[in-house]
Write a new protein. Structure first.
Length: 69
């Protein structure tokens, strides 16, 4: 399976989100390299390229504590 095409700009993948969960590396392996179609960030970004909700969401759809700067 191909990697997610959003990896270069993804704040979650590139560790730009404060207070990353301890499971972040596992989540990257699963959602960025295997099942990106199931990633909530990916789904929200498809709805609108400038989607603030995507910036405040981790791959499973949980809100992160602070918006991405």
């Amino acid at each position: 399976m191909a990697d997610c095409n959003k990896i270069p700009e993804c704040a979650f993948y590139n560790d730009k989100i404060p207070n990353m969960p301890g499971t972040a590396e596992f989540m990257k392996m699963v959602y960025c390299h295997q099942r990106f179609e199931e990633c909530q960030r990916f789904s929200l970004s498809k709805q609108s390229p400038v989607n603030d909700a995507a910036n405040n969401t981790d791959p499973v759809g949980l809100n992160v504590s602070s918006p991405v700067q």
